[in-house]
Design a protein around this ligand. Structure first.
Ligand SMILES: [Zn+2]
Length: 146
């Protein structure tokens, strides 16, 4: 995404395009998904001109403005996502990589089944589909075990 596009997106969402917001959102667009820690390291870690606390604050304001979504992850860390539409995720546990997993019919099916079985007094907010996997080839015995 070009600098002008990033500026326009921030402005559309009612945010002033400060250098910090521009830098964090541009990095998030490059990464797709990242925790605050991962983003801090991506931006240079100790050499980053923003502190981790500042990065948290900027991520928070981008999330409040609707430019990012915060999602729970397997590694007990929240991660931020530039794709704000409902979708699932593949988590590669060997590399900690997070990839989008898009299957709207599956998502609707899971939501409908959960909604039908939800105990009285509970309201479904959303379903997060997260699949744990690793790089490699599935063996026959692993397929049979499912
Ligand atoms: Zn995503």
């Amino acid at each position: 995404m070009m600098e002008d596009d990033i500026k326009a997106r921030l402005n559309q969402c009612g945010l002033k395009a400060t250098p910090q917001r521009m830098r964090v959102y541009a990095a998030m667009c490059q990464l797709g998904h990242a925790s605050a820690d991962a983003l801090y390291h991506f931006l240079g870690g100790d050499r980053c001109t923003m502190s981790l606390a500042t990065i948290y604050n900027v991520l928070g304001s981008l999330t409040d403005a609707g430019l990012l979504v915060q999602r729970p992850s397997f590694s007990n860390k929240m991660f931020f996502d530039v794709n704000t539409t409902p979708h699932g995720h593949l988590y590669l546990q060997d590399t900690h990589e997070i990839r989008d997993f898009i299957d709207a019919p599956l998502r609707r099916e899971v939501e409908a089944r959960i909604r039908a079985q939800l105990p009285a007094g509970l309201v479904l907010d959303r379903v997060e589909i997260q699949v744990v996997c690793h790089a490699g080839h599935e063996t026959t015995s692993e397929k049979e075990a499912q």
